[in-house]
Each structure stands twice: as C-alpha cells, then as structure tokens.
Design a protein around this ligand. Sequence first.
Ligand code: SF4
Length: 450
Amino acid sequence: MAPKPKIRELLDESACTHNKTKKAACNAPTPGATTGGCAFEGAQISLFPYADAAHLVHGPITCLGASWETRATRTSYPGRDLTQMGFTTGISTNDVVFGGEQKLLDSIAYIVEHYAPEAVFVYATCVTALIGDDLDAVCKAAKQKYGIPVVPVHAPGFVGSKNLGSRLGGEAALAHLVGTKEPEVSTPFDINLIGEYNVTGDMWQYTPLLEELGIRVLSTLSGDGRVASIRTAHRARLNVIVCAKSLISLTRKMEEKYGIPSISLSFYGKRDTSNGLRAIAEALGDADLVARTNALIEREEARLEEKLRPYRELFKGKKAVLNTGGNKTWSIASALQDLGIEVVATAVKKATESDREKAREYLGENGVLMMDPGSEQAKIIDATGAHLLLAGGRSLYTAIKKRISFIDVNQEKKKSYGGYDGLLNLAEDLKNALENPVFKTVAKRAPWEK
Ligand code: SF4
C-alpha cells in the first residue's frame, strides 16, 4: 500500500514559483464570511467526475451533503453514472466509540455487489480521521478481496483548504491508479488532461479539435474520465494542466517518475484557446502537427469572428466586474476581453499567487484586483459605471441593488463557456443579460412610494 501523502510536502511544492509565500494550510474562519470548501470537498472535486467509480464518503452523512454533485460535471460514460449516487458510511456516535472500519468494509462489499464499479474511492472525513480508522488497511483488504482498485483518499476537512484537498485527490490517483495498467495502443500524440473536470461539458468544446489534429486524449483527471484510462496515464507524451494549477505536484511527480513533461494553459476565450492548441502542438514537437494546428486555428478564428459580428456593436464600451475564484479570475476575464468588454475589476480572494499575477497581466495596471469582493464590488460598480456583474448566485442581489445586468459564472452555470463555441455561448448569455429589462426595473421604487 502506498504511503499516505505528507501534507507539509504538498504545501512546499518545488514546482510552484510562489513556494516561499505559502502560508498555513487552513483557511482561518472570519465571522460573517464563507471560508470556502474543506479539503475533503476539494478531493471530491478532483476525483468525482470518474462516473464508472463509486465515491464512498467515510463519515457522517452531512459531509456527503456538503460535497455531492455540486457542479455539473458531464460524462459520456455509457454505463450507469455512479456520480448520480451518493455513497456514505453514515458514521454515527456508536461508530465514534467503537470504530467504523467494519462498517466501511461492509459498505464497500455492498457497493461492489450492487453496483459493480471499476474502482471505489474511499474519502476520509474529519470524524473518521480523528477516531483513527485505518483506511489504508480496509482498502487494501477490499482490493484483494474484490480485485478492483479501492483507493483511500486522505483529505479530511481539517487538514486545510479545498485547493490542498484537490492536490491530495491527485496524490491518491497517482499512488493507486497511474501506472497500474498498460494502454492497448500508444501514439506519439497521446496527452493527459489534468485539472479539467468537464464542468458543463467544457472539454467537449475543444476535444473534437484535438481529435481532428490527431492528438489523442489518453486519460483525464478527471473530466469525463474512466478508471481504466487514468491507470494508463504514465504512457502519455505530455501532461496538459487545464487552468487549475492545484495539480502541479502531481505533474511534477509524473515528470520525475515517468519523464512526462507538462504545460499549463486555459481554454477560455479566443486568444487562450488558440494559444493552448498551439502550445500542445509545439510541446509535442512535430513540425507537421504545428503547421496543421496553425491552419486549424486560422479556420476556427475566422468562423468565430463571423458568428461574433452581431454581438460586437452591443458590447462596445461595456464594462464588467468579475467576482469568482481560482483560475476563472483571469480566464473568464480573458474571454470577456475577447468579446470587446472591458474588465474593470476581478476578485482574487480565492485565487493563488500565480492566478493573481495572471489576473494583473490581463487587467493591466488600472484593473482592480479585489481582495474583499463582498464589500468592494458594489463600490467599484458605482465608481466605474460597470454595466455587468459576473459572479456566483449570492452576488445577484448586488446586481439588483445596483440595477446592472448579472450572469452566474460559478459552478451553477448551465452552459459551457470553454473553447471557441463556448465563447459564443458566453456572448449570447451576456447579450440576454444586457437586454433583460428586469435588472433595470426590479429595484425601482413603487410609484406610490415616491
Ligand atoms: S470540514 Fe470535515 S466535517 Fe465538515 S464537510 Fe469537510 S470533512 Fe466533513
């Protein structure tokens, strides 16, 4: 059984340029403000899209409720989509006293018998980590008994942030899955997509283009992923980190162990999609592939420009405030700029140092990087005369009070904004929001209240 990941090592990632500035793992709670998800939630985010695996939460049922199906990660898995199920051992006070290992073993047996998954991910939570249940031993015994990977995921909430949890999820996949199976065939253009979760089908916006170029997605961690393919990931020629840098430790270790280089890119907006495709082709180091990729980019950009023409006039002179987290702080900003919209501010509170640097790059010196968006965004809307607020559902009320248009860009969004066609979806949503009369009228006083 692979050793447990060392939290301190993960917080001291040599491949991260901001290593020195890393602080303590936990998000310190502030009264009246949300701290974001826990490490367990982060681990689930990074592994949950494997629809052919069962995701068993070893803890109280409330942990499952906090994390289950929080984002629309799409799958093309033709079998039973197990992410539609919420599996938990439902630890009770009795188990806290007497231990929950037997219950865990029984739960795995039940799942294997009734659902026949390709693998079982077993997530530790605060309670089961504190009472000292030996996840490794139980998973090892279950793996031997049922002949499928049973993966312990050691990311109980108290160890730190959602971001750290995602890294711990990646560590579990690396320790227990990657390199455990050989692919049937290998090609010189095999890649792994790392940190792409296929939320609202984002990756399906650009994977047909990769396919057209002859680039094969050997495995993903974990959007539309399969257990069998991530087991073969060690044979890829390139790791492509899509937006999320949280899995940088995993790609660094894969480079050390299997010699797979990695690049990091985004597929939001025209510029970044084109740059991303070009970067993959160049990293694969084939001159013919680079030439074909450039031709494809030219064709796709011309097609996109044609379709965007009707929106250009409407977006002229429009300003937007962006309040989201992680890589979206700059990747959505880039997409908005591609549509001709000025991004006057973006929230960087829930972003890494490298995301903040990128946000500064995209917004320029005059753009505001909001460290406390909850209190800043309304003032910035007033000061800049912004026409649009793109944020999570909670900020809808700010938009209503300020009588400006609003779009939900967090995981609750229903459409994909990835790739070239995703930019068209974003343009259509922005147009609908700008033309929606409700934002202008909803906060008006009733005539008799004058
Ligand atoms: S912080 Fe702990 S108890 Fe709360 S949801 Fe996360 S794992 Fe469960």
